[in-house]
Design a protein around this ligand. Structure first.
Ligand code: ATP
Ligand code: MG
Length: 460
């Protein structure tokens, strides 16, 4: 019995020893599992922290990008409306808010028709269709501000794409037309004022030239008027003789008496002389009328008036006007066949006359104390243009002055002798009004040459 007990107790002791070991083993397995769980949790936690950091970085990049876009949108002076493809406003910029007076929050989610005038509603409704067909919209429309006033606007509408490159909406940019129109009106007014000043300048330069020419013109007028006077005087004496002769005939005097009276009064010569007297007087009167007409052409402000005329006649007239007024007369050589052979061009005769007067006057002024003063005029011609070369053998132009010669108020003449506007105005007339050019160059030997280049036909 005792043996049996001892045996059992030994077996129990062995069992107990075994379970302790197993217990220890189980505990160790538990510990290991826990360690693994904790390690796994550590890894997950590390991942989470990494995701968090990544997320924060992305968030901050996103915020920066958003701020960047916002700063661009708010500094844009043009108006911006971003909307979905159905025309519902998603975002507007500060410029639009300022222009229309609405708050951003008032507009977001509203349809475009909320801020466009009713008359443009159909056009706005067509925007999505245009956008889908790939066309760009560029038009003028009226927007409605918070006070229900219309604000004219030039707008441009284009498509907006999502990340898969599909059309996701529309972007409308606009600029108030009011500003553009005001700027355009101001520009127009400034342009008109400039044109008026230029016309006044041309006119005052004409009057200055006229002042210099008056003596010459008076002399020109004096010639025909004096022979008109002389003719009239002779005609008056003829009238007296004719009256006496006719009275004798009316009184039915004898044939002998009438015959002797006819010889005494020189009636045959008188009748023969009448015709040249009358035609001479008529020619004189025509000459006076021509001079007056030319003066009128020169003095009255002329609008662009293009006509066909003989340029050779204009050169002759301008040179003779200046020559007759000149105190010391240079030799004038016109190297072209005189005006009997007409060289017809279609241009503004008055302007060309004025340019030539200036060129001849300048040439005379430059000849000053030359020993053999000479002005010569040549004409060269190509297919579409004629070139009038006015050359003198005067003091020429200093090389450093050549580039300033057409500047307004550039003069080397004494105070009171020149305004410095002659060439400035002539250049403007030649290039702008007559569609030609005015070129200057010093001669290789002495003096200088001005070339007035004119089209044979101006284009309208
Ligand atoms: N043929 C020429 N020879 C030399 N210099 C010339 C000649 N033509 C013009 N110039 C120079 O060009 C300058 C400007 O000429 P422009 O005709 O514009 O004015 P201006 O003759 O001085 O004055 P105005 O306004 O009375 O004509 C003259 O002062 C002169 O110095
Ligand atoms: Mg001049």
């Amino acid at each position: 019995m005792n043996n049996h007990l001892t045996e059992n107790s030994t077996r129990l002791t062995n069992l107990a020893g075994l379970s302790l070991e197993m217990q220890q083993q189980a505990r160790r397995a538990d510990d290991q599992a826990w360690i693994e769980v904790i390690q796994h949790m550590d890894e997950i936690y590390a991942d989470l922290v990494k995701y968090q950091v990544d997320l924060e970085e992305k968030n901050s990049a996103l915020e920066n990008a958003q701020k960047f876009i916002q700063s661009i949108l708010s500094s844009m002076s043009d108006l911006l409306i971003v909307c979905d493809i159905n025309g519902n406003i998603q975002q507007v910029n500060q410029a639009l808010v300022c222009c229309l007076g609405f708050e951003c929050s008032n507009l977001e989610g509203k349809s475009l028709s909320y801020i466009f005038s009713d008359k443009h509603a159909p056009m706005i409704a067509d925007f999505p269709e245009h956008i889908r067909s790939g066309s760009i919209i560029d038009c003028e429309v009226d927007l409605i501000n918070m006070k229900k006033q219309t604000v004219p606007m030039a707008i441009n509408c284009s498509a907006r794409f999502d990340h898969k490159n599909r059309i996701s909406g529309m972007v409308i940019t606009g600029r108030p037309l009011g500003e553009l129109r005001t700027a355009y009106a101001e520009l127009q007014q400034a342009h008109e004022e400039l044109q008026t000043t230029q016309t006044q300048l041309i006119q005052s330069e004409k009057m200055a030239s006229l002042g210099r020419l008056v003596a010459g013109v008076a002399h020109e007028l004096n010639n025909p008027i004096s022979f008109l006077f002389a003719n009239m005087h002779v005609m008056k004496s003829y009238q007296h003789k004719l009256k006496t002769y006719l009275a004798a005939i009316h009184q039915q005097e004898s044939t002998n008496k009438i015959k002797s009276l006819r010889e005494k009064l020189n009636i045959d010569h008188l009748l023969f002389d009448m015709e040249p007297l009358v035609s001479g007087s008529m020619e004189g009167a025509e000459r006076v009328s021509d001079i007056v007409k030319n003066l009128q052409k020169f003095t009255t402000p002329q609008k662009q008036k293009m006509q066909s005329f003989n340029i050779l006649k204009v050169i002759e007239r301008a040179s003779s006007w200046v020559m007759t007024a000149a105190q010391t007369k240079p030799q004038l050589i016109l190297n072209f066949q005189k005006s009997e052979t007409a060289l017809m061009i279609n241009n503004n005769e008055g302007h060309i006359h004025q340019i030539l007067i200036n060129l001849f006057q300048n040439a005379i002024d430059a000849l000053g104390h030359s020993t053999e003063p000479e002005i010569s005029v040549n004409i060269t011609q190509d297919k579409s243009h004629i070139n009038i070369h006015v050359m003198d053998n005067g003091h020429g132009i200093k090389p450093e002055d050549i580039s300033k010669i057409f500047d307004p108020f550039f003069t080397t003449k004494a105070v009171g002798s020149g305004t410095g506007l002659g060439l400035y105005i002539s250049y403007g007339l030649a290039t702008e009004q007559c569609q030609g050019d005015l070129i200057v160059q010093n001669n290789t030997e002495q003096g200088c040459e001005f070339i007035l280049r004119l089209p044979m036909e101006v284009s309208i």
